[in-house]
Unconditional design. Structure first.
Length: 193
């Protein structure tokens, strides 16, 4: 049997997938959209990137370096904020108010009015930790946004809280294709928003 040759031009490397180190970062909002969760409640899906410092544009570069045909914006750069509803638990209202309060306080004079077009490019502070997922029997580390803060507090080094990592065996989660945003056709290097 003769083994066929291959076309080197078709090789895909998948890009650079080194994780962002855990820590505190100033983030910028790339996109927001309303979503409906499986339980019927609504939320805001916030796509973000790192705005300043050594890791500025980390997720944009990761997206642009991805040479797969089905490239997707990393779920590691997405944060969900639940929208309060009648008789919701206090943590839902607190989380919503905290996120938008931190965005407003991070952007002098900005007021969130529910218009997603006004929030793109706005900053906020983020505390990131390692979270593990298990997929097809393998464990993967992800650096995920754990809490938001005021951007200036991150710049000034006022955030001293270091969250515990969320490790498999301590708290388990799974990964699937819902963890990514699909890229529209014809978007060779454009971001998916």
């Amino acid at each position: 049997m003769k083994v066929p040759t291959y076309n080197k031009e078709n090789r895909k490397n998948g890009g650079n997938f080194e994780p962002l180190p855990k820590g505190n970062y100033v983030c910028k909002i790339m996109n927001v959209e309303e979503v409906t969760y499986k339980n019927g409640n609504r939320g805001i899906k916030v796509s973000f990137d790192i705005a300043e410092g050594e890791y500025k544009d980390f997720y944009t570069k990761k997206y642009q370096d991805d040479d797969r045909e089905d490239k997707k914006w990393s779920m590691d750069a997405v944060y969900y904020v639940s929208i309060p509803y009648d008789d919701c638990p206090a943590y839902v209202t607190d989380g919503y108010d905290t996120f938008w309060g931190n965005v407003e306080d991070s952007n002098n004079g900005y007021v969130w009015d529910g218009n997603e077009k006004t929030v793109k490019g706005k900053t906020f502070g983020g505390i990131f930790r390692i979270e593990q997922t298990e997929y097809n029997g393998k464990i993967y580390d992800h650096t995920k946004l754990f809490r938001t803060r005021i951007a200036q507090d991150v710049r000034d080094g006022k955030i001293t809280f270091i969250p515990k990592d969320k490790l498999i065996g301590v708290s388990s989660s799974s990964s699937n294709d819902d963890d990514f945003i699909q890229v529209p056709e014809g978007s060779a290097t454009d971001l998916p928003f």
